[in-house]
Design a protein around this ligand. Structure first.
Ligand code: GCW
Length: 722
């Protein structure tokens, strides 16, 4: 083992020395280690860190050393000594009761760190104020190292540190919707970074940088393949490739997971059934698990989308989700693996309200899942809309471990071109109160296990990463990957603080830059909600690709794929009645929440049309009619983006040319599209309200026919056709 660790260590050294040769193209993400621009700050750090002592030689500790070497020598632009002389000012090492770190730290210092936590403290050692980074396991020490570098990147005082940090959630993972042909479902940043053709031999340096970036924010898992799964990934040759990735990621604490296609025993095993209660099917999965764990001893487990959007599942054999999930869970249990079973189900038959389907299928199964199964629940009951009320399942089952699925890629929020900071969306979801165990039962408390005694806790983000040089296409979408990781580690963190760190690490510590970008980012989520789906409107995007406005979409193979199903506009009003008088989806929430959402007075206005039908001429909280309010919201969204354009222009001198120009162009697209959304939606809804557009909101530039006639053969994920 040590030999292999050593080798991986050197691969890391080798690849990553090539990294700093590039211009500022965004490749380095938030791990930019350019010399600190502020002379005073620089001088202070230079005096504080000249010599570093690192204890430990595992592959993870090699990564620690590499990161510190690159980080400190870059940021401080001075030679850092790692020779182990007595003058060190920074000591980094993992604690063990009889190891060398036990001489520097008291048991008290390392209390409660768990398997991944770390501490960073200032200690008097050899008569000097020394910074000590430590943990109970090497991975904690690596996390502490990244944290320490962040302190320097964000110009924090490091003379009196007393930091203890450990993650609230066990499994913090990315879900890649990457197909084996390297296309990415709902991916807007190029192709899949997994080069299946050249693996396992060729280890693209990107894999290492991917692992570094993830480790720097505490992400410790990655599901490599699309939930719309291909059984081939479980074939022995593919597993060799997966193993190669797992070996690269291991020193960075990242476990690999795969999506399991439920029908794999048929497709790969040549069997004539995948019935989960069939002994031979169970046996096939048991053997498959054995084969995987033989290659990848720390394999994380399976992620499964079953009986949803055409994916096979237990219901094909008249079995339920629990029977399907438990079969897979039993296969991986002997090796410590988990199964993440998705609650995003919708069957071939149209439900009366899609909002209700997951609860309908999963509530009756409460308590029936093995303890190594987690039900992976999207943040809302429909589908990653610009804004959704939290999913009712979070407050509805007490004996089923739930995990949260967020979408980092922006399928419904402007895809690759709109500046939208998702930290705010994630925050809003996490702090929603489910009332599961009384007031304060927030979604974050449900998923971090503090309200239940679930064995393992987890959170997933659908990745926005691709082969684009800067990983995420829009430079600001890096912030969404970053924010996901930070919130997965600490779901109570403030989205503003996360944005603040990210800006300083990614762009600049200059006050003017930080203030402006922070303001833009913090306003951006509400802006996109305003210009796409204000006041609780939802799912009115173009059909299929979900690009651009399509409130008129009404003819699709099933009603719950249309927009008219969701907004139900007519001459009287607009909105989906989900109260008792309508679909009654509202009753799936805890009664406290049901009461609040059912009341026209108490419901937060941001969810109004999600749950209620409202007359066009009804007054809303501003005192305006609903119609006027809708117009103003659309306009406000556009004006916020106009503000972004001005703010960004003001920063031209403070931002490197390459990224400045890139974002400036993207903002033009965003502005054009915000106007398009406003004009198309208002033209359309006006045909029902029959009311005039209020003062201060421009008349749409074209008529409705024009907007309806637009087609976008270049929308991502669509095969261009005449
Ligand atoms: O959001 C919808 C997407 C599908 C996706 C599905 C899911 C992976 O439109 O592309 O499929 O959800 O989450 O399973």
């Amino acid at each position: 083992m040590p030999k292999r660790g050593f080798l991986i260590g050197w691969i890391i050294v080798f690849f990553y020395s090539a990294l700093s040769l590039r211009a500022e193209d965004g490749y380095r993400l938030w791990l930019r280690y350019d010399q600190i621009e502020n002379d005073e700050v620089l001088a202070r750090y230079r005096a504080q860190i000249r010599s570093v002592q690192i204890i430990g030689e595992s592959a993870t500790m090699v990564a620690v050393r590499q990161e510190l070497d690159m980080g400190l020598s870059g940021l401080l632009s001075q030679e850092i000594s790692f020779t182990g002389d007595e003058d060190y000012q920074l000591l980094v090492g993992t604690y063990s009761p009889d190891g060398p770190m036990s001489e520097m730290l008291s048991p008290n210092d390392i209390r409660n760190l768990g398997s991944e936590g770390f501490t960073i403290i200032n200690k008097e050692i050899n008569g000097r104020n020394t910074i000590v980074i430590s943990a109970l396991h090497d991975i904690g020490t690596l996390y502490g190292t990244f944290h320490f570098l962040k302190l320097i990147q964000t110009h924090r005082d490091i003379s009196n540190l007393n930091i203890v940090s450990r993650p609230s959630i066990d499994v913090r993972m990315l879900n890649h919707w990457d197909n084996l042909d390297r296309t990415v479902e709902r991916g807007y940043a190029g192709f899949s970074i997994w080069n299946w053709h050249q693996l396992p031999e060729y280890i693209d340096p990107r894999y290492i940088d991917y692992a570094r970036a993830n480790a720097s924010i505490g992400i410790n898992g990655t599901a490599l393949t699309n939930v719309n799964a291909n059984a081939l990934i479980l074939r022995p040759d593919y597993l060799q490739k997966v193993k190669a990735l797992a070996d690269v990621f291991r020193p960075y604490g990242i476990k690999v997971y795969l999506t399991a296609r439920f029908s794999a025993p048929i497709e790969l095993g040549g069997m004539d059934t995948a019935d989960p209660l069939h002994a031979e099917v169970q046996e096939w999965w048991n053997r498959k698990a054995e084969e995987i764990y033989e290659l990848i001893p720390d394999f994380g487990g399976f992620l499964v989308k079953a009986n949803s959007e055409g994916q096979p599942g237990p219901q094909n054999y008249d079995r339920n989700h629990a029977e399907g999930a438990n079969m897979l869970a039993d296969a991986v249990a002997p090796f410590g693996g988990i199964v993440m079973w998705r609650a995003f189900v919708y069957s071939d038959e149209e439900p009366d309200d899609r909002h209700k389907q997951a609860n309908n299928e999963f509530e009756p199964l409460d308590g029936q899942f093995r303890d190594n199964v987690l039900i992976q629940v999207k943040n809302g009951a429909i589908d990653f809309q610009p804004r959704e009320p939290f999913h009712p399942l979070f407050g509805a089952v007490e004996d089923t471990p739930l995990m949260l699925e967020l979408q980092i890629t922006m399928e419904y929020l402007g895809q690759g071109t709109h500046l939208v900071y998702l930290g705010s969306l994630f925050r809003e979801v996490l702090e929603s109160d489910t009332y599961m165990k009384g007031k304060g039962s927030t979604v974050s408390k449900v998923i971090d296990g503090s309200l239940t005694d679930q064995k393992v806790t987890a959170i997933a983000g659908v990745s926005n990463i691709g082969t684009d040089r800067n990983w995420t296409s829009h430079p600001f979408h890096q912030a969404n990957w970053y924010a996901f990781g930070r919130l997965a580690w600490d779901p109570e963190m403030s989205d503003r603080d996360i944005a603040n760190d990210w800006i300083k690490m990614t762009f600049s510590n200059k006050e003017a830059v930080v203030d402006t970008l922070e303001q833009m980012m913090m306003a951006s989520h509400q802006a996109v909600v305003n210009y796409m789906t204000p006041l609780g409107l939802h799912h009115i995007m173009g059909a299929g690709h979900h690009y651009g406005p399509g409130p008129w979409v009404s003819k699709m193979p099933r009603a719950d794929w249309t927009s008219t199903y969701y907004h139900k506009a007519d001459s009287l009003g607009v909105g989906f009645d989900r109260t008792e008088s309508g679909s009654d989806a509202i009753s799936q929430y805890h009664k406290q929440v049901t009461k609040e959402f059912a009341s026209r007075e108490d419901i937060p206005e941001k969810y109004l049309l999600w749950f209620h039908r409202v007359r066009w001429d009804e007054k809303v909280s501003s005192g305006r009619t609903l119609w006027d309010e809708l117009c103003y919201r659309y306009q406000e969204g556009v004006e916020t983006v106009e503000g972004f354009v001005r703010s960004w222009n003001d920063l031209e001198k403070d931002i490197d040319k390459e990224r400045w120009q890139h974002v400036a162009s993207l903002l033009q697209i965003q502005l054009r599209e915000a106007i398009w959304w406003r004009d198309a939606c208002l033209s359309y809804f006006q045909t029902f309200s029959d009311m005039s557009i209020p003062e201060g909101v421009p008349e749409p530039a074209h008529d409705l026919e024009y907007y309806e006639s637009l087609v976008y053969p270049y929308s991502p994920g669509i095969r261009p056709r005449w």
